[in-house]
Each structure stands twice: as structure tokens, then as C-alpha cells.
Design a protein around this ligand. Structure first.
Ligand SMILES: C[S@@+](CC[C@H](N)C(=O)[O-])C[C@H]1O[C@@H](n2cnc3c(N)ncnc32)[C@H](O)[C@@H]1O
Length: 272
């Protein structure tokens, strides 16, 4: 791949990165040989995984549309990854050209590519930050001038909370993000699970320990807990393809094979 201008020098190209492995699975060009090797190894173990990642993008796209319909015009997308076709700003700004999006990722390559791709789009910004420092993300997102936390915001955590181990207290981080959001805000989460998974999927998950971002699989109950006291939209926390499919026929006969749950909740206005 072409190394973009201004690529940070701290990138360790001897270790695969989750963002670049993900990019490879989605058919992107922003990955290195080390990433492709790991992706191929994972793919050989779990033929479903590439489909899982695409199902994750589809879930995110449908969720963003629902938020747009509810009038959300500002989005904080944490763990946004390498911009690929159908990214949040494309979905959102097609519906509302004034929609503002702040992307956040821990991966310097993802950040660098995102900045390159979004140059000239004044209604977007890209932060290089860690979900585990939620306070900093809120402060920096506010400082961009694009997110007004006194108004409803869409907080997107698609395929990222499973990179936060229990030791880093993901429940507290989610609490910090929810507390910053005004009534009328929405929270979108998709998260890998061990529930109903075949052994090879669980083995493949262990390979993620080779990246800097090991995955922690969680139960549906744990994932539901990340929404706190916000009100879950129907149909609740479900296998991703089951969350408001565009057409009933889009739902796979075995949606559990995608290995992740998705859900959307809102901070009810009456809850203050
Ligand atoms: C599986 S990708 C998901 C990309 C995108 N949200 C989507 O759903 O298509 C996960 C992304 O989370 C990022 N990530 C992992 N741990 C993170 C952390 N602690 N803080 C911020 N981003 C993180 C990775 O670099 C990667 O780009």
C-alpha cells in the first residue's frame, strides 16, 4: 500500500493492527503484509469472519439512518477504523449535508488515512485517542467545535468495546460517555460475543492477542449493561442482522454465526 503523507513514525509495522486487518477483510487497500498474513490465518479458521465484519458495517449503516430519522445531526464515532466505502459521514451527509461527524481511533494508520480522506470536509474531524480515556475524547470532540454536548448526539461504538478488557473498566467508560450526552442522545453498540459460537471462532479470537488490541468476548447481558439506564430501541440487543433489517430476507438463517450483538438505546428526554 502507499504510505500516506505524514504517517506517524511510531507505527510498528512488525505487528498486525486490528484496524488494518479489518480494512483487509472489507476489501480495503490500507493494510500491510503483516496484516494480510494474520487476516488470512483468521479467515482460514473462521470462514464467517469476513461476513461478520460486513454485517457489522451494515448494522452501523442502518443504525445511523435511524438516528438521522430521529433528528440526530452530530455523531461521535469511536473506534471508527480506516475509512472504507459507506463510512458514517457518507451515510449521514447524504441525508443531512450539515451533519457533523468526529471520528476517533487509537490506530495511527487509521487516523492518518481518515485525515487524508476527509481533508476539505469541514464538518468532520479525526481524533487520535483511546476509548479508555473517555474524558479526553469528550474534551477534544468539544474542542473541534463540531459536537455540542448540550444537544442530542449519536455516540457510535461499533466493534470497539470488545477491545477494552475488564481491567480497563468498560462499564465506567460507557458511564462517562453517557453522562456527557444530552437527553435525546443515542448510543449505538456492536460487540463480539462468545454466546452460541463454535470452537473455531473462539480460537480465532485468541489470535487477536497478536495485535495491540486483543478482543474480549462478552455475553448479551454484559453488552446490554453498557447501555446503562438508557431506553433500548426495539428489537433490543440482538444478533446484528436481526437489528431492523432493510428486508426480512436480509436476515441469515443463522444470524448467530456472525458472532456479535448489536443494539441502540436513547437517553429518554423525560429521564432528565
Ligand atoms: C473492528 S474495527 C471497527 C471499525 C468501525 N467502527 C466499523 O464498525 O466499521 C475496530 C476499530 O477500533 C479501534 N480501536 C481498538 N481499540 C481502541 C481504543 N481503545 N480506542 C479507540 N479505538 C480503538 C481499532 O483501531 C479499529 O480501527
Amino acid at each position: 500500500m502507499r504510505v500516506p503523507d505524514g504517517l506517524p513514525t511510531e507505527i510498528d509495522l512488525t505487528r498486525p493492527s486490528a484496524a488494518r486487518v479489518y480494512d483487509y477483510f472489507l476489501g480495503g487497500a490500507h493494510n500491510f503484509e503483516i496484516d494480510r498474513q494474520l487476516a488470512e490465518q483468521i479467515a482460514a479458521m473462521t470462514p464467517n469472519l469476513a461476513a461478520t465484519m460486513r454485517a457489522g458495517r451494515e448494522f452501523l449503516r442502518r443504525a445511523v439512518r435511524v438516528l438521522l430519522d430521529a433528528g440526530i445531526d452530530q455523531f461521535l464515532d469511536i473506534g471508527s477504523g480506516i475509512p472504507t466505502v459507506g463510512n458514517v459521514h457518507e451515510v449521514a451527509q447524504r441525508v443531512n449535508p450539515q451533519a457533523r461527524i468526529v471520528y476517533v481511533d487509537i490506530d495511527p494508520v487509521a487516523v492518518s488515512h481518515s485525515r487524508e480522506l476527509l481533508a476539505g470536509n469541514d464538518l468532520t474531524a479525526v481524533l487520535h485517542a483511546d476509548l479508555r480515556d473517555a474524558e479526553r475524547i469528550i474534551a477534544e470532540a468539544r474542542a473541534t467545535g463540531l459536537i455540542d454536548f448540550d444537544r442530542p448526539v449519536g455516540i457510535l461504538l461499533a466493534g470497539v468495546v470488545h477491545f477494552v478488557p475488564a481491567a480497563d473498566r468498560p462499564g465506567e467508560l460507557l458511564g462517562t460517555l453517557r453522562a456527557a450526552a444530552a437527553p435525546g442522545s443515542f448510543l449505538v453498540i456492536s460487540h463480539s460475543t462468545f454466546e452460541d459460537q463454535p470452537q473455531e471462532m473462539l480460537d480465532a479470537q485468541r489470535l487477536s492477542a497478536r495485535t495491540d488490541t486483543e478482543i474480549t468476548l462478552r455475553s448479551r447481558a454484559e453488552i446490554t449493561g453498557f447501555f446503562g439506564d438508557w431506553t433500548l430501541l426495539a428489537p433490543g440487543v440482538v444478533h446484528m442482522p436481526r437489528w431492523r433489517p432493510d428486508a426480512p430476507g436480509d436476515v441469515d438463517d443463522h444470524p448467530e454465526r456472525f458472532g456479535a450483538f448489536g443494539g441502540v438505546a436513547t437517553h429518554a428526554r423525560s429521564a432528565g
